[in-house]
Design a protein around this ligand. Structure first.
Ligand SMILES: [Zn+2]
Length: 601
């Protein structure tokens, strides 16, 4: 009895030392208590990877944030968008730890940022400090969690190596509770035409993955194929106690027990950051998302198809092994032997695991038909638009609309077309022209310039702007005017529906607090607050918002999600009358002003 108890005690102790191990010895978690993520490192966003971990803060702001390690505050920035209020901590080992979307900085840092904002008369600042300015000890309070920038309350936590490569924080910087294995959803067999390139796809066959037992999966049907092909998997990962579906940490494809392709999200490279679309099949993702009535409500990560082959040009470090780039061929004329797969049945196993070793395995058979015939060369229906190295203008509708789609902006070659859309809007609309660039699921490697001629102008040139359709509405894309004001342009990241619109309506401003003429007790906390909404183009830049308190510019903050403008005076205001003057302009130069007074008693 005693012996068994001792062994159990020993096991418990051993487990504790493993789970706390090197992690908390060296690096302190950014917030107290258990870490509950809502998004992991390497998760996909259209066009880029998620470079950190999103930590939930219980729907609240104001959680204390602690320095993970000794070092100094190297960089601090504020903006209405992006990371919002963000701190970059330089550790003594030269790693950079990023804390983003903060509600407040610690008081010393806050006053430094405040004076810089006032000095520049701009909310947006990006400050770098010398090591001696803000030295930090592990565990120092550096700020408070918030929701500045887009998204609800959460902390975006990111770790970068001294050579500026983001690394997975779960590799020794943070630990979370995760006992749930990854889940396989759908396997896709991608058949290529005349070359190994997603631009030559001639057929996609999809198979549902069926769970046989815990962590073991099979396929709904046998995979029977010939010609050139590659494999893609729609899979996601789960963590304890959270409904969300996240990206998978590690995947390995074996055929006939040989490792063909391996993927691992342990590090990324900012130089190839946009290569997320090499790893993911954007087209299949797009088709899944758009099969929803309201695409914005679809869980994006869940619909992720991981390519288990390397797209030509792929340089990102998540690919760990790729025999013949992960492509298979039954064509005997193909040069590389490594690509070849012989007639007959082949056992394939796809292994997926998270960083804590929770595993799932999908086993299936690839059946290559017995045949003496050479499979016919399939000509794909796509071709490169424009010639490499030459600038090509993609003219739509006789030059009225042009999109500069050049080969260097594409992940792979594709053929584009455009159609004009005529929606009946009863003639009262601000939408002047609508058109769609097809195919609708192309994501560009580099932004593409979209230009629309302004014909028969009846409004001042700066009121014209371009919008992109998302969830049935148009969102502002840009309104750069050509030198002679004959055309308006913007950069676009993907194909889809676009429109030329007019925005001649000013932002709407409502004062929430303090009401005009209000008397405020000097001891109470004063949060000056407005609601600001705009019909279309929005304020766009921090400089388009100006708040004057007693005729002095002050750094008011704007939250684009909640449509709120807020300012908390850093010091207690003197007794007596105070004036407020808010001025906001949208990106089409439509301006609103609001003036009020209040009294401190
Ligand atoms: Zn994030």
């Amino acid at each position: 009895m005693t012996k068994i108890r001792l062994i159990i005690m020993f096991l418990i102790l051993a487990r504790m030392s493993i789970s706390s191990g090197t992690i908390s010895d060296q690096y302190l978690p950014p917030i107290k208590g258990e870490i509950h993520p809502s998004s992991l490192f390497g998760d996909f966003r259209p066009g880029h990877f998620h470079a950190g971990i999103d930590i939930r803060t219980g729907g609240q702001t104001g959680a204390e944030l602690y320095a993970a390690s000794d070092g100094y505050l190297w960089r601090v920035a504020t903006t209405f968008w992006g990371y919002g209020r963000v701190i970059y901590l330089m550790t003594t080992s030269g790693h950079v730890i990023t804390y983003a979307h903060l509600s407040r900085f610690n008081p010393t840092l806050a006053s430094e940022v405040y004076s810089k904002q006032v000095e520049l008369s701009n909310y947006k600042v990006d400050l770098y400090f010398k090591p001696e300015r803000f030295p930090i000890k592990r565990g120092d309070l550096i700020g408070y969690s918030g929701e500045s920038g887009p998204g609800g309350p959460h902390l975006h936590y990111e770790v970068r190596t001294p050579d500026n490569r983001p690394i997975n924080p779960l590799n020794g910087y943070l630990s979370i509770a995760d006992n749930a294995p990854p889940i396989f959803s759908t396997l896709a067999i991608i058949r290529f035409g005349d070359r190994f390139d997603p631009g030559s796809v001639v057929k996609t066959s999809q198979f549902r993955c069926q769970q046989i037992s815990a962590g073991r999966y099979g396929l709904s049907a046998e995979v029977s194929i010939f010609g050139r092909f590659g494999i893609e998997i729609n899979a996601f990962d789960k963590i304890d106690g959270y409904y969300g579906k996240m990206g998978v940490y590690r995947m390995e494809l074996f055929v006939d027990k040989k490792l063909i392709y391996a993927y691992c999200a342990d590090t990324l490279d900012f130089d190839s950051f946009k290569q997320a679309n090499y790893v993911r099949d954007y087209k299949l993702w797009w088709e899944k998302i758009n099969s929803y009535k309201n695409p914005s409500q679809a869980d994006g990560d869940y619909h992720n198809y991981y390519r288990l082959f390397r797209v030509p040009g792929d340089r990102q470090p998540t690919v760990k092994a790729a025999v013949a780039d992960g492509y298979f061929s039954t064509n005997i004329e193909d040069e590389k032997d490594a690509n070849k797969i012989l007639p007959g049945k082949h056992d394939a196993v796809l292994k997926a695991s998270d960083i804590y070793g929770n595993k799932a395995e999908l086993s299936f058979v690839i059946n290559i038909a017995e045949s003496n015939q050479i499979p016919p060369r399939v000509k794909s229906n796509s071709e490169t638009k424009g010639r490499e190295g030459k600038r090509s203008q993609f003219d739509l509708f006789d030059g009225e609309v042009a999109a500069e789609i050049t080969p260097n902006k594409l992940y792979y070659s594709e053929t584009f077309s455009a159609i004009e859309i005529h929606t009946d809007r009863n003639g009262s609309s601000s939408i002047l022209k609508e058109f769609e660039i097809l195919p609708p699921y192309t994501f560009f490697k580099e932004p593409v310039l979209l230009k629309v001629l302004l014909e028969n102008r009846s409004f001042p040139a700066n009121k014209y702007c371009l919008g992109k359709s998302s969830g049935g509405n148009y969102t502002f894309c840009g309104n750069n005017l050509s030198d002679d004001s004959s055309a308006v342009s913007c950069k676009i990241g993907a194909t889809g529906k676009f429109a030329l619109l007019i925005d001649n309506i000013s932002p709407k401003v409502t004062l929430i607090f303090p009401a005009n003429g209000a008397q405020i007790k000097s001891k109470s906390q004063l949060v000056i607050r407005y609601r600001m909404t705009d019909n279309f183009s929005g304020i766009g830049r921090e400089e388009n918002l100006k708040l004057f308190l007693d005729d002095k510019w002050v750094p008011a903050e704007y939250d684009p999600d909640r449509n709120l403008i807020e300012f908390i005076p850093p010091t207690v205001l003197s007794k007596g009358k105070h004036t407020l003057h808010l001025s906001v302009s949208d990106q089409c130069g439509n301006k609103s002003e609001h003036q009020s007074i209040f009294f401190i008693i």
